[in-house]
Design a binder for this molecule. Structure first.
Ligand SMILES: Cc1cc2nc3c(=O)[nH]c(=O)nc-3n(C[C@H](O)[C@H](O)[C@H](O)COP(=O)(O)OP(=O)(O)OC[C@H]3O[C@@H](n4cnc5c(N)ncnc54)[C@H](O)[C@@H]3O)c2cc1C
Length: 416
């Protein structure tokens, strides 16, 4: 079924009886050409592009809970292409282009809103660093405008500019940055993949990976054994656990990232704002809630909920930046399990096990990567060669010393 305005009107006129489920609920088959473990954004987009770009049809996505129950439905929805290092910048630039055509590609409203992202800076040194980043973004073909203090004040008059511990010197505006509705992205890819014949199997946890003579031959699941010629591990915060099933120890730590939303307010924040002196960022959802977050909880964990010290830290940063936020009531908070690599950049690569592929290490920023990650992972799985824009996301880069340390913060996870 194609979605359209006309369809909405006719269904409305005739009692909404014609809608069909957005995807099937198939039982797992005994074998597949390719299995994707993980029904988050990256797993679903990988399956979609495997079918769409590479013509594979006998594919299954195995999800231990329900589609979109992981970080794809827990993030703060920021989409941007403002990376500095070669290796990252062309990848996120590619992702941005895919975002810009995503709704018509999927025939699904993912509420992509290019409202502009402003990264604030608070010292001369930070201004220089952001100017360099802006130049790199423009050289990459993306957009960046360096704003002085008055330029920021014009757009964001409600920030505290002077009476604050960290006065605002200016900001780097990325006009094409913005937000999208997170779970709609999962649903859109799920529907698209299903229409291309991909089996989306929920409540199916992978409990083992079957390997014979160094080659993957299938997986063990809570719904029985399933054979497969190729298996992609796309499980974000659970990457370490699933890779261990194949005897691998990954350069990944899982940490909690929390986020918060206030009660619905009238429109007040029409950009995404990132505070340069603390890890704090904020936007306003279409329902009116102020959506914001900050740093990781400072300990490794697989619990999808965080702790109070980080709540206090994030609220303090918000109050420093925009004291008016103190009048809003926080409605909800939640957490997600982040797959943190030592250099803050992802991994899309083959593994030492033939036919077993890895897509992980998305750190804070995997939502905006969903289209390009699926595109590149599908390319890797179908052709056994890395896609051009993801060639630096190698698993062995920590061993051979070719790290991609975007933030220049080394292994300090809390500073990524
Ligand atoms: C609070 C928060 C805010 C964030 N904000 C942003 C942001 O603003 N912008 C941005 O770009 N990124 C953001 N991120 C990061 C982004 O959400 C993640 O990097 C990205 O969603 C991870 O990829 P995914 O969607 O595939 O993960 P997930 O949705 O977590 O998918 C992984 C799936 O694998 C499944 N799984 C795990 N183990 C198994 C198993 N054994 N068998 C079967 N299935 C299994 C899980 O159930 C899960 O559904 C944020 C994350 C959080 C938590």
């Amino acid at each position: 079924m194609r979605y359209s305005g006309f369809r909405v009107i006719t269904e409305g006129l005739f009692g909404n009886k014609g809608w069909t489920p957005a995807w099937r609920d198939p039982a797992p088959k005994a074998s597949y050409d390719a299995i994707i473990i993980g029904g988050g954004g990256h797993g679903l987009s990988t399956a979609y592009y495997l079918a769409k770009n590479h013509g594979l049809r006998n594919i299954a996505v195995l999800e231990k809970g329900y589609l979109g129950s992981g970080n794809i439905g827990r993030n703060t929805t920021i989409v941007r292409a403002n990376y500095f290092l070669p290796g990252n910048s062309e990848f996120y630039s590619h992702s941005m282009k895919l975002w810009e055509g995503l709704e018509s590609e999927l025939n699904y409203n993912v509420m992509h809103s290019q409202r502009g992202l402003i990264n604030l800076f608070h010292s001369d040194g930070q201004r220089d660093a952001f100017a360099r980043r802006g130049n790199m973004m423009v050289n990459q073909g993306d957009d960046a405008i360096l704003l002085d203090r008055e330029g920021v004040r014009e757009r964001l008059p409600y920030l505290d500019f002077e009476n604050t511990r960290f006065p605002i010197y200016g900001g780097l505006l990325h006009p094409r940055g913005g937000t999208a509705r997170h779970d709609a992205v999962a649903w859109g890819y799920a529907r698209g993949a299903d229409q291309l014949g991909v089996d989306l199997i929920q409540n199916c946890e992978v409990t083992g990976i079957d390997i014979e003579n160094g080659k993957v031959v299938g997986v063990q699941t809570t719904r029985g054994a399933i054979k497969a010629k190729k298996v992609g591990v796309v499980v974000a915060g659970r990457s370490g656990q699933v890779a261990a099933m194949a005897g691998m120890r990954l350069p990944i730590e899982s940490h909690i990232l929390q986020a918060f939303v206030t009660e619905g307010l009238k429109p007040v924040i029409d950009h995404v704002i990132s505070f340069g002196m603390g890890h704090f960022y904020i936007s306003q959802s279409d329902k009116g809630g102020l959506v914001f977050g900050g740093d990781l909880d400072f300990y490794a964990s697989y619990a999808s909920r965080g702790n109070l010290p980080m709540v206090e830290h994030v609220m303090e940063a918000g109050m420093t930046l925009m004291p008016m936020i103190g009048r809003a009531k926080v409605l909800r908070s939640w957490g997600g399990i982040m797959d943190m690599t030592p250099d803050g950049s992802p991994i899309i690569d083959k593994t030492p096990v033939e036919g077993l592929y890895l897509d992980c290490g998305w750190n804070y920023g995997g939502f905006k990567a969903v289209p390009a990650s699926g595109w590149c992972m599908a390319h890797l799985m179908a052709t056994d060669t890395p896609h051009e824009v993801a060639r630096r996301f190698r698993l062995d880069r920590f061993r051979v010393g070719q790290i991609l340390d975007e933030e220049g913060t080394g292994s300090q996870h809390n500073l990524h």
